[in-house]
Design a protein around this ligand. Structure first.
Ligand SMILES: Cc1cc2nc3c(=O)[nH]c(=O)nc-3n(C[C@H](O)[C@H](O)[C@H](O)COP(=O)(O)O)c2cc1C
Length: 173
């Protein structure tokens, strides 16, 4: 059977997967800090700490290719303006990328992962950037969510006390 999901149905189904929102940042060849909004972030492995992002070719893609490094900034619910800005629609009240321990990062992120690229995998019109985490930091704050093509409050309210059926120290997420 030779079947393939139609693109609009695929997009709608994929949009039913609730995610957080990140801004992936890097440094261009001429030293400029660049970034893009991305919700394809995934934690991949604990040993060593490894993550991935799936990105289309663009300014940030090129910068990561050139510099071999990137940061992932997990966005705060109050910082929608920065997410819109780094998705290609400039906003006057967006936060500016700053430097932290050698990596460009966003100031209000609730978590940051500073990564060196250890592998790239081209898949269709995207590239998976697999990054080994050099350092990471986190702080309290409400996460921003994304569902059905809209930004959402990602309050993270628990459904009920739940027993998680994985050994926590080997589980990367
Ligand atoms: C919520 C949200 C999530 C996004 N996630 C991704 C993603 O995971 N990968 C991607 O290539 N683009 C994603 N985009 C689109 C990019 O942010 C957008 O194309 C951006 O302008 C690319 O910037 P660049 O040209 O500097 O690379 C997302 C946009 C939004 C609003």
């Amino acid at each position: 059977m030779n079947m393939r999901a139609d693109p609009s149905g695929f997009r709608s189904a994929a949009a039913r997967f609730l995610t957080g929102v990140t801004v992936v940042a890097s440094r261009s060849r001429d030293g400029e800090r660049v970034g893009m909004t991305a919700n394809s972030f995934t934690s991949v492995s604990m040993k060593p700490p490894t993550v991935l992002v799936s990105l289309m070719r663009g300014r940030t893609w090129q910068a990561i290719m050139d510099c071999g490094c990137y940061s992932v900034n997990v966005m705060h619910a109050e910082d929608v303006a920065s997410c819109v800005h780094f998705a290609g629609k400039p906003q006057g009240n967006a936060a500016a990328l700053i430097e932290m321990d050698g990596f460009p990062v966003l100031p209000h992120a609730i978590a940051r992962f500073a990564c060196d690229v250890v592998r790239t995998i081209d898949v269709a019109d995207h590239t998976l950037f697999i990054g080994e985490v050099r350092w990471c930091r986190h702080q309290d704050g409400s996460p921003l969510g994304f569902f059905s093509n809209q930004f959402r409050h990602g309050t993270g309210a628990a459904i009920a006390p739940t027993e998680i059926p994985y050994p926590p120290d080997e589980w990367a997420i």
